[in-house]
Design a protein around this ligand. Structure first.
Ligand code: SAM
Length: 281
């Protein structure tokens, strides 16, 4: 058998050997080209001085690239038990630099296995991707345990993360991401790069954390305010935010917002100011 550049079997071979037929329910669309996963890994910046958290390593395409590019350590959380033997071979090959935790990333706290600085790099399962991103962006304390996030999403989700006010894609994810980080779309990946090919184009977003949020706000209140505002995005804020304060219109005006404006017209600074005013009742 011809080995790949990293000295391990080609990913197609791995998939056949371990019978890793993709499961739709787990959002499994695998990347089998190590040149491509190498490019994604390099978007994360210098890996050699960092521990990496990867969610959903699957057969190990991105995991292998991260290790090949020199990551100090990779901790990977994978729900699908079938992938564990393939990942064990990777761990052996890299002298135990890879630790695999089997389970649901939404239920697992991996931080005890990681040492700062930590970068998160993942081709996220579509069903938990936005939930994980929201959690990583919303801890009460800032800066968080991670330095950067390099994440693959459906292109439409990536566009929401970087969207500016006034655009259709602007929403809760845009506000939360841009409040505390600097998000950029760094790559687009066509469906044909995946096995099996998904219906939509994907994109890699790199978010470098800011040491301080751009404007003062409380994560819970900001999240609540934008979730409600964009939950009914066609409504004026005086209607969509109803229930958050008895004197809502006064607070909107104090934050520099007209009660007749809609969430998609409101910039980050105004959302932060409003959430602070709503919190202090
Ligand atoms: N990283 C691989 C690649 O790029 O080829 C696989 C990416 S695939 C889009 C998503 C992976 O996440 C699958 O391996 C799937 O089993 C795993 N997964 C799905 N839901 C998960 C969860 N809740 N926690 C951890 N892993 C999950």
């Amino acid at each position: 058998m011809t080995l790949s550049l990293d000295g391990l079997p080609p990913l197609r071979e791995v998939i056949n050997t371990f019978e890793l037929r993709a499961k739709k329910s787990l959002g499994q669309n695998f990347l089998l080209d190590l040149n491509l996963t190498g490019k994604i890994a390099r978007q994360a910046g210098n890996l050699s001085a960092c521990d990496i958290l990867e969610v959903g390593p699957g057969p190990g395409g991105l995991t292998r690239a991260l290790l090949f590019e020199g990551a100090r350590k990779v901790v990977a959380i994978e729900q699908d038990e079938r992938c564990l033997p393939a990942l064990a071979e990777v761990s052996d090959h890299y002298d135990g630099k890879l630790t695999v935790i089997q389970g649901d990333a939404l239920q697992i706290d991996p931080w005890e296995h990681l040492t700062a600085p930590v970068r998160i790099v993942s081709n996220l399962p579509y069903n938990v991707g936005t939930e994980l991103l929201t959690r990583w962006l919303s801890p009460a304390e800032w800066p968080p345990f991670w330095q950067s996030l390099t994440l693959m999403f459906q292109k439409e989700v990536a566009q929401r993360i970087v969207a500016k006010p006034g655009s259709k894609a602007y929403g809760r994810l845009s506000v939360l991401a841009q409040w505390r980080s600097d998000p950029k779309i760094v790559m687009e990946i066509p469906p044909s790069a995946f096995t099996p090919a998904p219906k939509v184009t994907s994109a890699v977003v790199h978010l470098e954390r800011l040491e301080q949020p751009r404007f003062p706000a409380d994560a819970v209140w900001l999240s609540r305010t934008v979730a409600k505002g964009f939950g009914q995005r066609r409504k004026m804020l005086r209607a969509s935010l109803k229930g958050l304060a008895p004197d809502l219109e006064d607070r909107l005006i104090a934050a520099g917002i007209k009660p007749t404006q809609r969430a998609e017209e409101i910039g980050l600074e105004q959302f932060c100011a409003l959430s602070q005013l709503l919190k202090s009742q």
